[in-house]
Design a protein around this ligand. Structure first.
Ligand code: IPE
Ligand code: IPE
Ligand code: MG
Length: 249
Protein backbone atom coordinates (compact mmCIF):
# COMPACT_ATOMS: atom_id res chain seq x y z
CA UNK A 1 0.00 0.00 0.00
CA UNK A 2 1.15 3.51 -0.81
CA UNK A 3 1.96 5.83 2.09
CA UNK A 4 0.36 9.26 2.45
CA UNK A 5 3.42 11.09 1.15
CA UNK A 6 3.83 8.73 -1.79
CA UNK A 7 0.22 9.22 -2.90
CA UNK A 8 1.00 12.94 -3.42
CA UNK A 9 3.46 12.10 -6.22
CA UNK A 10 2.48 12.85 -9.80
CA UNK A 11 3.47 9.71 -11.67
CA UNK A 12 3.40 11.58 -14.98
CA UNK A 13 6.18 13.89 -13.89
CA UNK A 14 8.72 11.65 -12.19
CA UNK A 15 12.40 12.48 -12.66
CA UNK A 16 13.73 9.75 -14.93
CA UNK A 17 17.29 10.00 -13.64
CA UNK A 18 18.12 10.99 -10.05
CA UNK A 19 21.73 11.59 -9.02
CA UNK A 20 22.78 11.80 -5.39
CA UNK A 21 25.80 13.26 -3.59
CA UNK A 22 25.67 11.06 -0.49
CA UNK A 23 27.29 13.34 2.06
CA UNK A 24 27.43 13.58 5.87
CA UNK A 25 28.51 10.12 7.03
CA UNK A 26 31.38 11.58 9.07
CA UNK A 27 29.19 14.21 10.75
CA UNK A 28 26.53 11.60 11.51
CA UNK A 29 29.16 9.48 13.27
CA UNK A 30 30.62 12.43 15.15
CA UNK A 31 27.20 13.43 16.49
CA UNK A 32 26.83 9.91 17.83
CA UNK A 33 30.40 9.87 19.15
CA UNK A 34 31.28 7.03 16.81
CA UNK A 35 34.22 6.71 14.41
CA UNK A 36 33.84 7.87 10.78
CA UNK A 37 33.83 4.29 9.51
CA UNK A 38 30.68 3.53 11.52
CA UNK A 39 29.13 6.46 9.66
CA UNK A 40 30.04 4.91 6.31
CA UNK A 41 28.64 1.55 7.43
CA UNK A 42 25.36 3.20 8.33
CA UNK A 43 25.45 5.06 5.01
CA UNK A 44 25.40 1.69 3.25
CA UNK A 45 21.99 0.99 4.82
CA UNK A 46 20.75 4.20 3.25
CA UNK A 47 22.11 3.07 -0.12
CA UNK A 48 20.14 -0.18 0.08
CA UNK A 49 17.02 1.57 1.25
CA UNK A 50 17.13 4.34 -1.37
CA UNK A 51 17.85 1.97 -4.27
CA UNK A 52 14.84 -0.15 -3.23
CA UNK A 53 12.66 2.93 -2.81
CA UNK A 54 13.64 4.43 -6.18
CA UNK A 55 12.75 1.19 -7.91
CA UNK A 56 9.37 1.02 -6.10
CA UNK A 57 8.61 4.59 -7.16
CA UNK A 58 9.31 3.81 -10.80
CA UNK A 59 12.52 5.82 -11.22
CA UNK A 60 14.44 4.59 -14.26
CA UNK A 61 17.98 5.56 -13.28
CA UNK A 62 19.82 6.41 -10.08
CA UNK A 63 23.45 7.51 -9.90
CA UNK A 64 25.22 7.58 -6.54
CA UNK A 65 28.43 9.52 -5.87
CA UNK A 66 30.13 6.90 -3.72
CA UNK A 67 33.83 7.83 -3.93
CA UNK A 68 35.42 10.84 -5.56
CA UNK A 69 38.79 11.09 -7.29
CA UNK A 70 39.73 13.43 -4.42
CA UNK A 71 38.60 11.01 -1.67
CA UNK A 72 41.82 8.95 -2.19
CA UNK A 73 43.56 11.66 -0.17
CA UNK A 74 41.64 10.73 2.99
CA UNK A 75 43.41 8.73 5.75
CA UNK A 76 44.40 5.27 4.53
CA UNK A 77 42.29 3.39 7.10
CA UNK A 78 39.19 5.29 5.98
CA UNK A 79 39.89 4.64 2.28
CA UNK A 80 40.51 0.94 3.01
CA UNK A 81 37.27 0.70 4.99
CA UNK A 82 35.29 2.40 2.21
CA UNK A 83 36.72 -0.02 -0.38
CA UNK A 84 35.88 -2.99 1.84
CA UNK A 85 32.33 -1.74 2.40
CA UNK A 86 31.90 -1.30 -1.34
CA UNK A 87 33.12 -4.83 -1.98
CA UNK A 88 30.80 -6.27 0.68
CA UNK A 89 27.88 -4.31 -0.75
CA UNK A 90 28.51 -5.72 -4.23
CA UNK A 91 28.90 -9.29 -2.97
CA UNK A 92 25.83 -9.19 -0.71
CA UNK A 93 23.51 -7.24 -3.02
CA UNK A 94 24.20 -8.96 -6.36
CA UNK A 95 21.27 -11.39 -6.08
CA UNK A 96 18.86 -8.71 -4.86
CA UNK A 97 19.80 -6.50 -7.81
CA UNK A 98 19.10 -9.34 -10.25
CA UNK A 99 15.78 -10.21 -8.53
CA UNK A 100 14.65 -6.61 -8.69
CA UNK A 101 15.78 -6.16 -12.31
CA UNK A 102 18.35 -3.51 -11.42
CA UNK A 103 21.27 -3.15 -13.79
CA UNK A 104 24.54 -2.17 -12.15
CA UNK A 105 26.81 0.30 -13.89
CA UNK A 106 29.90 2.20 -12.75
CA UNK A 107 31.57 5.44 -13.85
CA UNK A 108 34.92 6.94 -12.92
CA UNK A 109 38.56 5.96 -13.17
CA UNK A 110 37.65 2.39 -12.26
CA UNK A 111 41.13 1.15 -13.10
CA UNK A 112 42.35 3.01 -9.98
CA UNK A 113 40.25 0.78 -7.68
CA UNK A 114 42.03 -2.03 -5.77
CA UNK A 115 42.11 -5.10 -8.07
CA UNK A 116 39.84 -7.23 -5.83
CA UNK A 117 37.19 -4.50 -5.70
CA UNK A 118 37.45 -3.95 -9.45
CA UNK A 119 37.02 -7.69 -10.02
CA UNK A 120 33.83 -7.92 -7.91
CA UNK A 121 32.50 -4.78 -9.57
CA UNK A 122 32.93 -6.27 -13.04
CA UNK A 123 31.41 -9.60 -11.97
CA UNK A 124 28.35 -7.90 -10.45
CA UNK A 125 27.94 -5.68 -13.50
CA UNK A 126 27.98 -8.76 -15.72
CA UNK A 127 25.41 -10.57 -13.55
CA UNK A 128 22.93 -7.72 -13.96
CA UNK A 129 23.60 -7.01 -17.62
CA UNK A 130 20.12 -8.08 -18.79
CA UNK A 131 18.21 -6.21 -16.08
CA UNK A 132 15.83 -3.61 -17.44
CA UNK A 133 13.75 -2.14 -14.59
CA UNK A 134 16.24 0.43 -13.37
CA UNK A 135 19.91 1.35 -13.85
CA UNK A 136 22.00 1.92 -10.72
CA UNK A 137 25.26 3.71 -11.49
CA UNK A 138 27.99 4.00 -8.88
CA UNK A 139 30.44 6.87 -9.33
CA UNK A 140 33.76 5.48 -8.08
CA UNK A 141 37.11 7.24 -8.18
CA UNK A 142 35.01 9.73 -10.09
CA UNK A 143 35.75 13.38 -10.81
CA UNK A 144 33.89 15.62 -13.25
CA UNK A 145 37.04 17.39 -14.45
CA UNK A 146 38.86 14.08 -14.75
CA UNK A 147 35.95 12.78 -16.86
CA UNK A 148 36.15 15.76 -19.24
CA UNK A 149 39.92 15.34 -19.60
CA UNK A 150 39.47 11.60 -20.25
CA UNK A 151 36.84 12.44 -22.90
CA UNK A 152 39.20 14.85 -24.63
CA UNK A 153 41.94 12.20 -24.66
CA UNK A 154 39.51 9.76 -26.31
CA UNK A 155 38.49 12.41 -28.85
CA UNK A 156 42.10 13.12 -29.79
CA UNK A 157 42.74 9.45 -30.47
CA UNK A 158 39.44 9.03 -32.36
CA UNK A 159 38.85 9.94 -35.98
CA UNK A 160 36.24 12.63 -35.26
CA UNK A 161 37.12 15.98 -36.90
CA UNK A 162 37.02 19.41 -35.23
CA UNK A 163 34.19 20.46 -37.58
CA UNK A 164 32.08 17.46 -36.61
CA UNK A 165 32.49 17.91 -32.85
CA UNK A 166 29.43 19.32 -31.07
CA UNK A 167 27.75 19.09 -27.65
CA UNK A 168 25.83 15.97 -28.59
CA UNK A 169 28.68 13.86 -29.87
CA UNK A 170 31.07 15.22 -27.20
CA UNK A 171 28.77 13.75 -24.54
CA UNK A 172 29.21 10.33 -26.18
CA UNK A 173 32.85 10.38 -25.08
CA UNK A 174 31.93 10.83 -21.42
CA UNK A 175 31.60 7.90 -18.98
CA UNK A 176 27.84 8.59 -19.00
CA UNK A 177 27.42 8.07 -22.77
CA UNK A 178 24.66 5.48 -22.28
CA UNK A 179 22.80 7.31 -19.50
CA UNK A 180 19.88 9.73 -19.58
CA UNK A 181 20.59 13.36 -18.60
CA UNK A 182 20.08 13.80 -14.83
CA UNK A 183 16.74 15.45 -13.97
CA UNK A 184 17.26 15.82 -10.24
CA UNK A 185 20.40 16.18 -8.11
CA UNK A 186 20.03 15.54 -4.38
CA UNK A 187 22.81 16.49 -1.97
CA UNK A 188 22.48 15.50 1.68
CA UNK A 189 23.96 17.22 4.75
CA UNK A 190 23.37 20.78 3.59
CA UNK A 191 26.48 21.61 1.57
CA UNK A 192 25.78 23.87 -1.43
CA UNK A 193 28.46 22.62 -3.80
CA UNK A 194 28.99 20.11 -6.60
CA UNK A 195 32.30 18.71 -5.33
CA UNK A 196 33.41 17.78 -8.85
CA UNK A 197 30.31 15.68 -9.61
CA UNK A 198 28.95 15.37 -13.19
CA UNK A 199 30.06 18.88 -14.16
CA UNK A 200 28.99 18.53 -17.79
CA UNK A 201 25.81 16.53 -17.20
CA UNK A 202 24.30 18.78 -14.50
CA UNK A 203 23.89 21.75 -16.89
CA UNK A 204 20.07 21.75 -16.63
CA UNK A 205 19.48 19.48 -13.63
CA UNK A 206 17.22 20.64 -10.80
CA UNK A 207 19.15 20.84 -7.51
CA UNK A 208 17.73 19.82 -4.13
CA UNK A 209 19.84 20.17 -0.98
CA UNK A 210 18.63 18.72 2.31
CA UNK A 211 20.18 19.10 5.77
CA UNK A 212 19.42 15.41 6.46
CA UNK A 213 22.69 13.49 6.79
CA UNK A 214 23.11 10.57 4.40
CA UNK A 215 22.87 7.80 7.06
CA UNK A 216 19.44 9.20 8.05
CA UNK A 217 18.15 9.44 4.46
CA UNK A 218 15.27 7.08 3.69
CA UNK A 219 12.35 6.63 1.27
CA UNK A 220 10.33 9.50 2.77
CA UNK A 221 13.22 11.91 2.19
CA UNK A 222 13.48 10.73 -1.41
CA UNK A 223 9.76 11.30 -1.91
CA UNK A 224 10.06 14.81 -0.43
CA UNK A 225 12.86 15.61 -2.86
CA UNK A 226 10.75 14.38 -5.80
CA UNK A 227 7.71 16.36 -4.63
CA UNK A 228 9.88 19.46 -4.48
CA UNK A 229 11.13 18.70 -8.02
CA UNK A 230 7.56 18.36 -9.25
CA UNK A 231 6.86 21.96 -8.21
CA UNK A 232 9.65 23.35 -10.37
CA UNK A 233 9.29 24.75 -13.86
CA UNK A 234 12.16 23.57 -16.03
CA UNK A 235 12.67 26.24 -18.64
CA UNK A 236 15.92 25.25 -20.42
CA UNK A 237 16.57 28.89 -21.31
CA UNK A 238 13.07 29.52 -22.72
CA UNK A 239 10.37 31.78 -21.28
CA UNK A 240 7.66 30.55 -18.97
CA UNK A 241 5.02 31.22 -21.67
CA UNK A 242 6.87 29.11 -24.21
CA UNK A 243 7.07 26.23 -21.73
CA UNK A 244 3.37 26.39 -20.89
CA UNK A 245 2.41 26.41 -24.58
CA UNK A 246 4.58 23.35 -25.15
CA UNK A 247 2.80 21.48 -22.36
CA UNK A 248 -0.68 22.04 -23.87
CA UNK A 249 0.42 20.92 -27.30
C1 IPE B 1 30.20 10.98 2.44
O1 IPE B 1 30.32 11.29 3.77
C2 IPE B 1 30.91 9.69 2.04
C3 IPE B 1 32.09 9.90 1.19
C4 IPE B 1 32.54 11.03 0.76
C5 IPE B 1 32.82 8.70 0.81
P1 IPE B 1 31.61 12.07 4.33
O2 IPE B 1 32.60 11.06 4.76
O3 IPE B 1 32.08 13.07 3.35
O4 IPE B 1 30.96 12.79 5.59
P2 IPE B 1 31.30 14.23 6.16
O5 IPE B 1 31.17 15.21 5.04
O6 IPE B 1 32.69 14.16 6.71
O7 IPE B 1 30.27 14.45 7.23
C1 IPE C 1 31.53 14.36 -2.19
O1 IPE C 1 31.60 14.48 -0.83
C2 IPE C 1 31.97 12.99 -2.62
C3 IPE C 1 31.06 11.91 -2.31
C4 IPE C 1 29.88 12.03 -1.77
C5 IPE C 1 31.56 10.61 -2.65
P1 IPE C 1 32.88 15.08 -0.10
O2 IPE C 1 32.58 15.06 1.34
O3 IPE C 1 34.11 14.39 -0.55
O4 IPE C 1 32.91 16.58 -0.66
P2 IPE C 1 33.53 17.89 -0.03
O5 IPE C 1 34.93 17.56 0.37
O6 IPE C 1 32.68 18.26 1.13
O7 IPE C 1 33.45 18.92 -1.12
MG1 MG D 1 31.66 15.04 3.06
Amino acid sequence: MKGKLESLLNNNNLPRHIVIIMDGNGRWARRKELDRISGHREGMRSVKSVVKAAKELGIKAVTLYAFSAQNWRRPKDEVDALMELLKQYLIKEANTLVEKGIKLNAIGRLWELPPDVYQVLIETTEKTVDCREMTLTLALSYGGREEIVDAIKKIISSDISIEELNEENFSKFLYTADLLEPDLLIRTSGEMRLSNFLLWQLAYTEIYVTKTLWPDFRKRHLIKAILNYQNRERRFGLTSDQIRKRKVQ
